[in-house]
Write a protein of this length. Structure first.
Length: 136
């Protein structure tokens, strides 16, 4: 009997440590709009009338912000996203209210990549996602 108890405890411990990956937010995945989600909450949405995009291929950096920069995000990657399924590391900076937040060393998976330059990135551990655009 004691042997079975040890096996049951071992199985429970092993399955309890297995972290479930969180799928990318469906609204974000199905949207073609530049945006940023942090911890499951949308914190920036690009509006063509009041926002600007920036992209620096050398720095591997994506920027989006409103005209007065009271709301923005900057995503600086270690590699350029090129293919679906690719994993890249990146540092993120964004506005939250009147303060600027940062999160460094995030690992994003390229969930979707289009020929238009749009890229959908997702970090399941932090429920953080970005839709960015590679500009020519």
């Amino acid at each position: 009997m004691r042997k079975y108890l040890y096996i049951i405890v071992l199985v429970l411990l092993c399955t309890g440590c297995n972290r479930k990956k969180v799928e990318m937010d469906l609204d974000m995945y199905n949207s073609n709009q530049i945006s940023l989600m942090v911890k499951g909450k949308k914190v920036f949405t690009f509006d063509e009338g009041t926002c600007q995009l920036g992209y620096n291929r050398n720095l591997k950096q994506f920027r989006a912000g409103n005209d007065d920069m009271t709301s923005f995000f900057v995503l600086t990657c270690t590699d350029l996203p090129r293919t679906q399924g690719q994993e890249i590391r990146a540092d993120l900076q964004w506005t939250s209210g009147s303060s600027v937040k940062t999160s460094n060393g995030l690992t994003f998976k390229v969930e979707k990549y289009e020929d238009t330059g749009l890229v959908w990135l997702w970090n399941s551990a932090d429920k953080t996602g970005a839709v960015v655009k590679i500009l020519n």
